[in-house]
Design a protein around this ligand. Structure first.
Ligand code: S3P
Length: 176
């Protein structure tokens, strides 16, 4: 099986969906953010605070290189992974790119806790909804480069996974 790569904004459910999808397909699962945290021995907010975003992006690009040569793997990327065109190309060559989306209310609800997401916290000048809307606008063109898109608002990870599997069968990536 080709890799299945989940992309999308913070809070759209890339990690929770990826885990369930991999289990259902009997595939390996890589949550890129968790791998980076394990390899660095500190959390992503701590990496940003200690070494800065550029350092994190370098670690992210190094990891993309390693995961893109795998097969049979569901890969949950970070929300900014494909800002780097080289990362996107590598992931496109390794599999199918699935974009997960959600409406602003859902994203707001899922990312309301400060301290977990440094990019969103930095953009948040007191109005978190406005910060989300601004970043979404900047990034929507980037996420639309996926092979297909699934809206996760009001859906459980299991329901999202069922939608993804249906689409993968239609495209012939999975056997019907
Ligand atoms: C980021 C999203 C985060 C994480 C890092 C940067 C971004 O991942 O990779 O904080 O630039 O959107 P999630 O999308 O899993 O929150």
């Amino acid at each position: 099986m080709k890799n299945i790569v989940l992309i999308g904004f913070m809070g759209v459910g890339k990690s929770s969906t990826g885990k369930v999808l991999a289990a259902k397909l009997g595939a390996s699962f890589i949550d890129m953010d968790l791998v980076i945290e394990a390899e660095e021995g500190i959390s992503i907010p701590e990496i940003f605070a200690k070494y800065g975003e550029d350092y994190f992006r370098k670690k992210e690009a190094d990891l993309v290189e390693r995961v893109a040569i795998r097969q049979d793997t569901v890969i949950s990327t970070g929300g900014g992974t494909i800002k780097n065109v080289q990362n996107l190309k590598r992931l496109q060559n390794s599999g199918v790119i699935v974009s997960l989306t959600a409406d602003v209310d859902t994203i707001l609800e899922r990312t309301s806790h400060r301290g977990d997401r440094p990019v969103l916290d930095n953009a948040d000048k007191g109005d978190r909804r406005a910060a989300i809307e601004k970043l979404l606008k900047e990034r929507e063109g980037m996420y639309s480069q996926a092979d297909f898109t699934i809206d996760t608002s009001d859906k459980s990870p299991m329901q999202v996974v069922d939608c993804i599997i249906k689409r993968l069968k239609t495209r012939g990536v999975l056997h019907a």
